[in-house]
Design a protein around this ligand. Structure first.
Ligand code: HXC
Length: 258
């Protein structure tokens, strides 16, 4: 599939995916989600992809769902198209680590898309918001759910009810983003983190992702049991032997994803 709304570059086992609708501040339409979904599906079986970085420009990650597109849609249109529901599911089905590198605006669906990634690295000019209330609607792909789990009820209510934007510093304090760096350093930082992840055993990386995500779906006792069993299962891999031997032999491990 040839992409128009995203640009994909794969190098050294890291796929850099840039949202590419600059005239509309990367506003998200059905095509963006279709193309993202298509790329992520193909990435699952592509050995050249071990980590994914999703980004926009240095001024905007994405300013939300495309308001022009939505303004022409009826209830039946959004209900039957499931407006981004299917695309969101495709992103969730992605088992490879995925980092959002956010500079500038990440609003509405843009903030929600960033939250679908495994973690967010923000530039110091990043602004997060769920301003859908200003349009007479509410968030539709995680802005009242993922955001609440990430930053708690009080701040999530504040963001969704007032529609105010949160800057990078507050976002880090609140736990929405994992790190904040100067805007000029954003891509270096995100690509560096991705390169580090790409060096690990893919089995461990996938298991980490699955296990952390379980924390959102299960009671603690179940989550702990799930984690323990996954931990036990790692001892069936060559990478466990290699990782531990490498430590004892004071050398770098050579993981083979086996
Ligand atoms: C379509 C958008 C857009 C959007 C910006 N643009 N956001 N087009 N959908 N979400 C377009 C503008 O129309 C304009 O196009 C160009 O991008 C530049 O935007 P300006 O407003 O002129 O820039 P600025 O004054 O710098 O303001 C930036 C901004 C503002 C604060 C980000 O654009 C803004 O508030 N955008 C809307 C944010 C929003 O409400 N997002 C939530 C959407 S609802 P022209 O052609 O005029 O130059 C949503 C629901 C998700 O996301 C649920 C999914 C199921």
């Amino acid at each position: 599939m040839a992409y128009e709304t995203i640009i994909v570059e794969i190098e050294d086992h890291v796929a850099l995916v840039k949202l590419n609708r600059p005239d509309a501040m990367n506003a998200l339409n059905l095509q963006v989600f279709e193309e993202l979904g298509d790329f992520l599906s193909s990435a699952q079986t592509n050995d050249k992809v071990r980590c994914i970085v999703l980004t926009g420009t240095d001024k905007f990650f994405a300013a939300g769902a495309d308001i022009k597109m939505m303004s022409e849609m009826s209830f039946v249109d959004v209900f039957t198209s499931d407006l981004f529901g299917e695309g969101g599911t495709a992103i969730q089905r992605n088992r490879k680590p995925m980092i959002a590198a956010v500079a500038g605006y990440a609003l509405g669906g843009g903030c929600e898309l960033a939250m679908m990634c495994d973690f967010i690295i923000a530039a110091d000019n990043a602004k997060f918001g769920q301003p859908e209330i200003n349009l007479g609607v509410i968030a539709g792909i995680g802005g009242t759910q993922r955001l609440t789990r990430l930053i708690g009820k009080s701040k999530a209510m504040d963001m969704n009810l007032t529609g105010r934007f949160m800057d990078a510093e507050e976002a880090e304090r609140a736990g929405l983003v994992s790190r904040v760096v100067p805007c000029k350093k954003l891509m270096e930082e995100a690509m560096g983190a991705a390169a580090k992840i790409a060096e690990k055993s893919m089995i461990s990386a996938m298991a980490v992702k699955e296990s952390v995500n379980r924390a959102y779906e299960t009671p603690l006792a179940e989550g702990l049991l799930y984690e323990r069993r996954l931990f036990h299962s790692m001892f069936a891999t060559d990478d466990q032997t290699e990782g531990m031997n490498a430590f004892l032999e004071k050398r770098q491990p050579q993981f083979r994803d086996r």
